[in-house]
Design a protein around this ligand. Structure first.
Ligand code: ADE
Length: 243
């Protein structure tokens, strides 16, 4: 997979060198490049924003640098341009799976009040476009959202996980599909006077599976009752895992 990220704050994207995406790069599964949008400006101040037509607070990102950047990146019809924006579709595991199967993702990280709408229209003409929000809150810019999306996507690239079983378990764990994760424990068996539940040390796999399912169901009912709604589970696709 090839990933390009366009931003005026490329320093924000430094974590892409680390941990998970770094590992995928080392394995040759991923080619990531971060590009400074200001490289596609021509004035002395390297301007990327201007005041909004129609008035209002804040600044809007100018279209020209984006147009030039897309041209320089030689975007193909099969590529996907991802605009990270609080007004996009909410990101979830299903979207991560969808994106992980695409050959090339180009992240366009907006700042200020957003990007001139004509850039999104232009992008739709030259490639596939996704407008994605990380959640119902406003960040200062799209960089942190791009980082989160990239991390969720990269771990799903075929061949990335050392043990693909862990992905299968995570997303399809038969009994608890679509539910939040059950609580987990490791050694020692007693810590600070707190014991690991006896059932997990019983060796009775049936009882363990039943216990985990009940814990997952209870946790989901308490924290995310929306996930238990029949429509949410209609196609059996796991919706989200959380600890
Ligand atoms: N940019 C600003 N807020 C955002 C959000 N919630 N999701 C994605 N991009 C954003």
């Amino acid at each position: 997979m090839k990933i390009d990220v366009l931003s005026i704050f490329s320093d924000y994207l430094a974590p892409l060198e680390l941990s998970l995406p770094g590992k995928a790069r080392a394995k040759g599964l991923l080619d990531i490049a971060v590009h400074d949008l200001r490289a596609f400006t021509h004035d002395r101040h390297r301007t990327t924003d201007d005041t909004p037509y129609g008035g209002g607070a804040g600044m809007v990102m100018k279209p020209e640098p984006w147009g030039e950047a897309f041209a320089a990146l030689e975007i193909a019809e099969s590529d996907t341009i991802v605009f990270t924006t609080p007004s996009g579709d909410r990101f979830d595991q299903r979207k991560a799976e969808d994106l992980s199967a695409r050959p090339r993702l180009v992240f366009a990280c907006g700042r200020y009040e957003g990007i001139d709408q004509r850039v999104i229209e232009h992008a739709r003409e030259i490639a596939n476009v996704e407008e994605i929000s990380l959640g119902d809150y406003v960040l200062n810019g799209g960089e942190v959202a791009a980082l989160a999306i990239i991390e969720a996507v990269v771990r799903l690239i075929p061949g990335f996980m050392g043990n693909p079983e862990s992905l299968v378990e995570e997303s399809h764990s038969g009994d608890t599909a679509g539910l939040l994760e059950y609580p987990v424990y490791t050694k020692p068996p007693v810590w600070n006077g707190r014991e690991v539940p006896a059932v997990l040390r019983s060796g009775d796999h049936g009882a363990i599976a039943r216990w985990r399912h009940e814990q997952a169901r209870r946790r989901t009912a308490e924290r995310r009752p929306d996930l238990l709604a029949p429509s949410a589970l209609a196609d059996g696709t796991p919706i989200q895992r959380a600890v």
